[in-house]
Structures are given as C-alpha cells and as structure tokens.
Design a protein around this ligand. Structure first.
Ligand SMILES: C[S@@+](CC[C@H](N)C(=O)[O-])C[C@H]1O[C@@H](n2cnc3c(N)ncnc32)[C@H](O)[C@@H]1O
Length: 218
C-alpha cells in the first residue's frame, strides 16, 4: 500500500538518507560485501536513495528499481540520472520480469507495507536466479505493540492485520525456496523490532508461473 502523507515526508528527507546509508546499507555490506551484483532489482525503491547506494557500493552492471507509487518513481528518476538504472511503477506482488532475471534483490523496509506479503516473497524468489541473493531489512509486527509503536500505529498506515512477525517472515522465505544465510536483529532506540537478512535462492526452489502481464527481461 502507498504511504500516507506523514510517512511520505519521513521517507523523503536528509535524515532518512543518512539512516539508510550509515545504518541500513552498512548492515547489508557487513553481511555480504561480495554480493555478486551483475543485475540487481530493488523493490519499493521510494525516492531512489537505496538505488543510489546500491550503485555507489556495489557497482552492478544494471539496476531495475520499482515502486507502486508513481510520485516516488518520479522523485527517484530525478535523483538518479544514470543509464544503468531503470525505474518503473510496478507492484512487487506482480513483478513484470521473467523468472531467474536477477543476481540480487534488495528490500529496504518495504515488504511490511504489503498486505499479501507472502506473494511478494514468492515473486522475489521467482525473479532471482538460482543462487541469487535476497537482502532484506524489515520491521516486524511486534514494532507496533509497545507504547511508541501504538502511537506510530495511530499515525502511519500499514496493513497491521496482515503484518508478519520475524519468525513468519523467515518461515515464508524457506517455503518460497530460500536458504537464510545470515540474520541480525536490532531494537534501535528501543523503538522498533528490526531485522536484516541475507537469503540465497535454492537451486531447487519451486518453479512459479511468471508475471501475469507485460513481462519484461532487460
Ligand atoms: C517505507 S517506504 C521505503 C522506501 C525506500 N525503500 C526507503 O527505504 O526509503 C515503502 C515503499 O514501498 C512502496 N510500496 C508499498 N507497497 C508496494 C508494492 N506492493 N509494490 C511496490 N512498492 C510498494 C511504497 O510506495 C513506498 O515507497
């Protein structure tokens, strides 16, 4: 689901960019600085800052970055003018890419915004090549149960009824066809239950029917 006005501002400001670079991206790099990043997909790219960081630190051959919100894609395109990057408005539960298209997929805090998040994990697995890597950092449902979390719940729109726990997310990764290589937990400022992980697509991951419309493979 798209962000409400408050979270849209929270995701589009210099503080967010600093947190993403010096906390979230650093955690990914510490887990696997050697992601073999030929073709990379970023799901829920928002303003495109994560896309910029993937390019800055990993220098992949190509990045496709998608977001459900056309306003975000417009901002991301303005912020990242580079021939190796392509931004598209797309739903991460219905990725318009062929099976086995990418070496790595990145998720910076996006899947907890998706009501049918299991479909999203399945889609990530489908578009990754066998042995490809999924780097995800997420908030879990527990984040919204303490006092600050309940305040956040009143102010921010998320699919709270469907939101996953850390354990449910890990289980779904395995059901979808991943092996979890590394996972780290954090509780920044005592506010959120946050986790970051690196998972590899199994060689024998279940084969899934590819994109329902306008399939692309660039
Ligand atoms: C919390 S923001 C994170 C944005 C960016 N990754 C960042 O870290 O700054 C979540 C993003 O996911 C996008 N989003 C939500 N549901 C989506 C879906 N089903 N498919 C693609 N993008 C989605 C929203 O539009 C929003 O830009």
């Amino acid at each position: 689901m798209k962000l409400n006005a408050l979270e849209f501002q929270l995701m589009n400001n210099p503080l967010r960019r600093l947190v993403q670079e010096y906390y979230e991206m650093r955690r990914f790099l510490a887990m696997d600085a050697s992601v073999e990043a030929g073709k990379v997909l970023e799901i829920g790219c928002g303003s495109g800052n994560g896309t910029r960081l993937i390019r800055k630190y990993l220098r992949p051959e190509r990045i496709d970055a998608i977001d459900l919100d056309a306003r975000m894609i417009e901002i991301a395109r303005r912020n990242n003018v580079n021939a190796s990057i392509s931004f598209s408005v797309m739903d991460a539960t219905k990725l318009e890419f062929q099976n086995d298209s990418f070496d790595a997929v990145f998720d910076f805090g996006m899947i907890h915004h998706v009501p049918n998040w299991r479909d999203c994990v399945n889609e990530v697995c489908r578009v990754l090549r066998p042995g490809g890597v999924f780097m995800a950092e997420e908030l879990s449902a527990e984040s919204f149960r303490n006092l600050p979390g309940r305040l956040g719940k009143a102010l921010l729109d998320h699919p709270y009824e469907e939101m996953f726990s850390r354990e449910q997310f890990m289980e779904q990764l395995m059901v979808s066809g991943f092996t979890i290589l590394k996972a780290v937990d954090a509780n920044p400022l005592g506010l959120f239950k946050h986790f970051a992980l690196e998972a590899r697509k199994n060689n024998k991951a279940p084969r899934r029917i590819h994109a329902r419309k306008g399939t692309t493979n660039r």
